[in-house]
Design a protein around this ligand. Structure first.
Ligand code: G4P
Length: 539
C-alpha cells in the first residue's frame, strides 16, 4: 500500500466527536458506558470526580479539581468495530463555554444528550448554535427513559424547534419510567427489551422481532399500542433518513435510551461508526511567495499538519509548562518528527509528545487526521496555532474567540512584580483562560471574559503560579468588537476619533471597547465603512 493510501485507510476508520449537553443530562454516565463496551485504547485520565466538575463553584479547590479533571479526561480514544473513535471532553461549567466552543472546532460530529424530562436546556442551546454555525452533524440521544419523562413526540417537537432541523427517529421507546419496556429499532424492526442494571452488556438484552406483534402486545399491553401509534405519527411526520442531509447538518437521527442502564447506548455507538463522518478536508491559507491563497487540505495529504485547539496549564504549579492539544488535520504523526509553529516559523522541540493512539502494548505511536496529540510546551505556542512538519507553509482558520461581555482592570499590588504580571497575563491569554487587552493609550491591562468564574481562576493562578497579587476592579466596558477596515486611511480616521476606546488583544488584534449596546451602533453610523466583528477567528 502506498503511503497516501495507507493514510487514507486510517482516516476512513476514524470518528472524532464531542458530547454536548446541559449539566446533569448524563454526559459522564454515557461516556463511561461508551468506554465500557468499546476497547478503550487510551484515556487521558479516568472519567472521575464528576461531582467536582458538575458543582464547580467559586471555591478554589473546586476550580483546581475542575482544571485537573479537564486535563485528565480531555481526550478518550476507543476502538470499536475496527474504528478508532476519539471522544473529546467539553468543560461542564457554563463560565468556561469558550473552551467548549473551541473543542467543537476540533470534532467532526457532535452527540447531543438530552434529559427526557427536561428537554433541550439552556446550555445545550448555546452549544447547538456553535454546531449549527459550522454545520457539524448532530446525533441526538434522549436519555433517562427509565424515569417519568415527557412524551417522546413532545421531545422531538422541541428538538426540531431548537435545532431548526427535522428529527429522524432511529429507535422509539415503548413506555417510560416504571413502565419502560424497551426500544424499537426502526432499522432492524426489532424490539430490545429493557432491564435495569448498570453492568449489563448490549448482548444481555432480549431482542424480539416486531413480526411477533401479538406476543409483544400481550407482554407490553397498552404501552405497546401507544408506542406504535406515536411511532407512526413520528415517522409519518419526519423525512426518511438521508445521510447527505445529516452530514450537512440538516437533519438529526434520534435515539432513546437510558445511559445509566447501558440501554440504547450501543445503537448510538453504531450510528457513530455507520453514519457520522470521518475527518474531512479543512480550509487553510497557504503562504506562497509572499502571497496568501486559500487552500483546502485533504486529510490524506502526505504532509503532517494540525491545529492547537486547547492549551492547558499543568496541574503542578511549580512547573510552568503547559500541554498543547493538536487536532491532526492531515498526514501522519510519528514520534521524533520535527514540528514547526507556522506563526513564528520556530521549530518545536517538545520534551514529550503524548499520543492517545497506541493501540498495542509496544506503543506504535502514530496519529492521523482526527486524532489528537498533546505535547508539553514552555511558551511559544498559542491557541489557534498551526503546527506542521515544516514541509508546507499554511495556516488554518476558524478557531473562534468571542467578544467578552465582562471586563475588569488588573491592579498589581506590588509594582515590582510588573514583569511577572506581564508574563502571566501573556501566558494565560495564550491559553485562552481569559482575554487580555492592552489599552492603546496606556494604563492598566484589561481582562475580558465570557463567564465570571474566569476572573476568579485567573486571579488565583496569577498568585499561585506567578506570585502576583492582583486586585481586579470593575470598569465601564460591557463589550468589545474587533475592528477592521478596507483601507488604512479609514482605519486611521476611526482610531483618531476613538483613541481612548481602543485596545489590542493577545494576538495584537485591534478592538473597540463599548460601554453600552448603542455604542457600536453609533460608531457604525459615524463610520459606515468600519467592520465591527463580535467574533475573531484566529488567522
Ligand atoms: P453530566 O455528566 O451530564 O452532568 O451527568 P451525569 O452523567 O453525571 O448524570 C447526572 C445524574 O443523572 C447522575 O445521578 C446519573 O446517575 C443520572 N443518570 C444518568 N443517566 C441516567 C439514566 O438513564 N437514568 C436515570 N434514572 N438516571 C441517570 P446522580 O444521582 O446525580 O449521581 P450518581 O450518584 O448516580 O453518580
Amino acid at each position: 500500500m502506498s503511503q497516501n493510501s495507507q493514510i487514507a485507510a486510517e482516516v476512513r476508520r476514524r470518528r472524532t466527536f464531542a458530547i454536548i449537553s446541559h449539566p446533569d443530562a448524563g454526559k459522564t454516565t454515557l461516556t463511561e458506558k461508551l468506554l465500557l463496551f468499546s476497547g478503550a485504547i487510551q484515556i487521558a485520565g479516568a472519567v472521575k470526580g464528576r461531582k467536582a466538575s458538575r458543582h464547580a463553584t467559586s471555591d478554589w479547590m473546586e476550580i483546581e479539581k475542575q482544571r485537573g479533571i479537564s486535563v485528565a479526561s480531555s481526550v478518550m480514544q476507543m476502538l470499536y468495530r475496527e474504528h478508532v473513535i476519539n471522544l473529546l471532553d467539553t468543560p461542564g461549567h457554563k463560565d468556561f463555554s469558550e473552551d467548549t466552543y473551541r473543542v467543537l472546532t476540533a470534532v467532526d460530529s457532535a452527540l447531543m444528550v438530552i434529559d427526557a424530562a427536561n428537554g433541550v436546556e439552556a446550555q445545550t442551546k448555546r452549544l447547538i448554535e456553535v454546531c449549527r454555525q459550522r454545520n457539524t452533524p448532530i446525533l441526538t440521544f434522549v436519555n433517562k427513559m427509565d424515569r417519568e419523562v415527557r412524551d417522546p413526540l413532545d421531545i422531538l417537537d422541541e428538538v426540531e424547534r431548537e435545532l431548526g432541523m427535522p428529527c429522524v427517529p432511529m429507535t422509539w421507546p415503548v413506555g417510560q419510567g416504571k413502565h419502560f419496556g424497551g426500544i424499537i429499532n426502526l432499522r432492524t424492526q426489532a424490539m430490545t427489551v429493557f432491564e435495569a442494571g448498570s453492568e449489563r452488556r448490549p448482548q444481555d438484552f432480549e431482542t424480539l422481532p416486531l413480526a411477533q406483534a401479538d406476543a409483544l402486545r400481550a407482554r407490553f399491553g397498552h404501552d405497546w399500542d401507544t408506542a406504535l401509534e406515536s411511532m407512526e405519527l413520528a415517522t409519518g411526520a419526519s423525512p426518511a433518513f438521508d445521510r447527505q442531509a445529516f452530514l450537512a447538518g440538516k437533519q438529526t437521527p434520534v435515539f432513546f435510551g437510558s445511559g445509566v442502564n447501558n440501554f440504547g447506548v450501543m445503537e448510538v455507538l453504531d450510528a457513530l461508526v455507520d453514519l457520522a463522518p470521518p475527518p474531512g478536508p479543512r480550509k487553510s491559507h497557504l503562504l506562497t511567495q509572499g502571497q496568501t491563497v486559500e487552500r483546502v487540505v485533504q486529510p490524506d495529504d502526505g504532509f503532517f499538519s494540525g491545529v492547537v485547539f486547547k492549551v492547558q496549564a499543568n496541574m503542578d504549579a511549580n512547573h510552568r509548562d503547559r500541554i498543547a492539544f493538536v487536532r491532526v488535520a492531515s498526514g501522519q504523526y510519528q514520534p521524533g518528527m520535527k514540528l514547526k509553529v507556522q506563526r513564528t516559523a520556530k521549530e518545536l522541540r517538545p520534551t514529550s509528545v503524548v499520543t492517545f493512539m497506541s493501540q498495542r502494548r509496544e506503543a506504535v505511536d502514530e496519529a492521523y487526521a482526527g486524532d489528537i496529540i498533546g505535547f508539553t510546551t514552555h511558551g511559544g505556542v498559542q491557541l489557534g496555532d498551526t503546527i506542521t512538519d515544516g514541509t508546507v507553509a499554511l495556516q488554518y482558520t476558524g478557531l473562534p474567540f468571542f467578544a467578552p461581555e465582562l471586563f475588569m482592570t488588573v491592579i498589581l499590588k506590588n509594582p515590582l512584580r510588573t514583569k511577572q504580571l506581564q508574563m502571566g497575563l501573556a501566558q494565560l491569554g495564550e491559553e485562552g483562560a481569559i482575554q487580555v487587552f492592552k489599552p492603546e493609550m496606556g494604563g492598566p491591562m484589561l481582562l475580558g471574559a465570557v463567564g465570571q468564574l474566569q476572573f476568579e481562576v485567573v486571579q488565583h493562578r496569577l498568585k499561585t503560579e506567578y506570585d502576583c497579587d492582583v486586585r481586579l476592579e470593575g470598569c465601564p466596558y460591557t463589550g468589545a468588537r474587533w475592528i477592521s477596515a478596507d483601507t488604512p486611511a479609514e482605519l486611521r480616521a476611526f482610531c483618531d476619533a476613538y483613541p481612548q476606546r481602543l485596545a489590542r488583544d493577545a494576538a495584537d488584534a485591534l478592538a473597540y471597547l463599548c460601554t453600552s449596546p448603542y455604542d457600536v451602533r453609533l460608531a457604525q453610523e459615524r463610520f459606515p465603512k468600519i467592520h465591527f466583528h463580535p467574533l475573531r477567528e484566529h488567522a
